[in-house]
Design a protein around this ligand. Sequence first.
Ligand code: COA
Length: 260
Amino acid sequence: MATFENILYKAENGICTITINRPDKLNALNRSTILEIGKSVKMAQSDPLVKGIIITGAGPKAFVAGADISEFLGLSAEEGTAMAQDGQDIFKSIEHSVKPVLAAVNGFALGGGCELAMSCHIRVASDNAKFGQPEVNLGLIPGYGGTQRLIQYIGKTKATELLMTADLIGAPEALLLGLVNYVTTPDQLLAKCGEILEKIKTKSPLALAGVIRSVNAFYEDGTDGFKKEVEEFGKCFGTEDFKEGTSAFLEKRKASFSGR
Ligand code: COA
């Protein structure tokens, strides 16, 4: 089992919880933390016992308050470009994870924190959560996919306003705009994520992976999402899971999927 400096990694009952653990810095993403997020998600992917992943932040105040601003000063344009590329690659690996990834947003989700939450498949927020992309305050723009995913979730009109004003929005507004799936109390946050994953865990892992690949295809340049859906649909027919799911329905019993 790998050990991490800034991540707490727990895998239990098929659910892996990855907690970003720098509460004194509101879980700001310094370079080593962001690399550890990538490594820990990869580790969860390759553990056959893990069926779903929850990403959250340590402490009562923040999910992640952004990239670590203290590492910014003195970076060149080339270094800034490399930093954004590395961050985008890691966040894309979360979005393309074939196991479901939930963000349990327990406070500030700003800048890279909002971008991390948006790279997850489902977001559950506690009622004290605050979302925003305040990079323009720093003479910057989002670099980990914020300009793109915010538009995908809430549309160009509101996304452009938030990106330009650096305004933060609370959990109720995030729910209204479609940025989060659910809002709950801080003490119920992980339980709500667990409840969603328990439901998803009963489904075919291969079908779930097909859903994720097809949904992602909608946003990929040069990919015809409808074609991708046809391809993924067809692939299902060659799986044991498909035989099990359809037989179980016809035999009026609960399906038990093997992921083969
Ligand atoms: N990078 C580095 N350090 C950060 C950070 C970030 N993005 N966000 C918070 N911290 C640190 C603070 O510097 C402070 O450290 P210190 O105690 O050593 O001085 C600690 O976390 C607590 O933050 P503080 O600002 O004192 O808390 P607050 O409750 O007064 O304010 C925020 C909370 C989130 C409003 C404020 O921390 C903030 O604006 N953070 C930056 C948000 C941002 O711009 N994110 C995008 C970055 S690209």
